[in-house]
Design a protein around this ligand. Structure first.
Ligand SMILES: [Zn+2]
Length: 275
């Protein structure tokens, strides 16, 4: 089975892919679309290994993948990694449609609204970490609106191209925080069967394209410290009035998403409250 993560940028797809990689017979391959993009060929390597030194994503294997029809890509990855399940962190519908092929099942990540706004705000010109200023209030409004614009277009594609039973909505914060028994339950919904979970977060076979390797590489120690944990830095950065601005954007936009939430979905209460 080929599972595609769909979400806006900075929504935790790498960390969720890493958590799913703990299931035996599951390989997270990261941003596999980069292998097929001429524009991104210089960054299409496994950052765990660096360059083309990766024993799995070698130059010859990437060249082989590039020569395959889209429909054969997931099978080639399954064979390469001897994995029954492939998880792609390609995120954008455009990449699945034009590069890495259509997944069998979609996992849509709905990030915490404040964390999503903060991730987007960091990319807006003039963003300051000092909360509460008029300037950053505008920035948070703009950031939350762009996040929802991206989310809406991706959700629309998912809802119109996949059957309900092949779409799961989940919160990255909830997935990252799950104990092993909840994770096993989540895995059963996603993979359609019970699969063993490894007791260690990283195995020697964990190689993936692109993505944010902060956790495994031990960078960004001040926050992640080499472990899976939800990003709640917004709690110290955002003021109550900035949160209120984000709340207003979410209230306006969330209903319009028109999600088909089923009882196998794993989302936080803040999402349910808005339905
Ligand atoms: Zn590697």
């Amino acid at each position: 089975m080929y599972i595609g993560i769909v979400c806006p940028n900075f929504s935790g797809s790498t960390v969720v892919g890493s958590v799913l990689h703990r299931f035996s017979s599951v390989q997270h391959v990261g941003e596999i679309w980069k292998v097929f993009s001429e524009k991104h060929k210089d960054v299409a390597f496994c950052k765990e290994c660096g360059g083309d030194h990766c024993p799995h994503f070698s130059a010859s294997f990437k060249a082989y993948l590039k020569g395959l029809p889209q429909d054969d890509i997931s099978s080639a990855l399954k064979e390469r990694f001897q994995s029954e399940f492939i998880v792609s962190g390609d995120k954008r519908p455009y990449y699945y449609k034009n590069f890495s092929g259509m997944p069998d099942k979609i996992l849509v990540l709905l990030k915490n609204k404040y964390s999503a706004a903060l991730s987007y705000a960091k990319r807006v010109e003039g963003f300051s970490h000092k909360g509460g200023s008029v300037q950053s209030a505008d920035i948070f409004r703009e950031a939350a609106e762009s996040y929802y614009k991206d989310l809406a277009s991706r959700v629309k594609w998912v809802e119109s191209n996949f059957a309900n039973e092949n779409i799961i909505y989940a919160s990255p914060e909830v997935i990252v925080d799950m104990g092993d028994s909840d994770l096993a339950r989540f895995g059963k919904s996603l993979f359609g069967k019970e699969i063993m979970i490894s007791s260690t977060p990283f195995d020697e076979n964990f190689h993936y394209i692109g993505g944010n390797h902060k956790i495994s590489k031990g960078k960004d120690r001040s926050y992640f410290k080499g472990e899976f944990r939800p990003d709640r830095r917004y709690e110290v950065i955002m003021s109550p009035s900035e949160k209120e601005i984000v709340n207003r954007v979410v209230e306006k936009n969330f209903r319009d998403l028109d999600l088909t939430i089923t009882d196998t979905d794993f989302i936080e209460s803040w999402v349910k409250d808005l339905l």
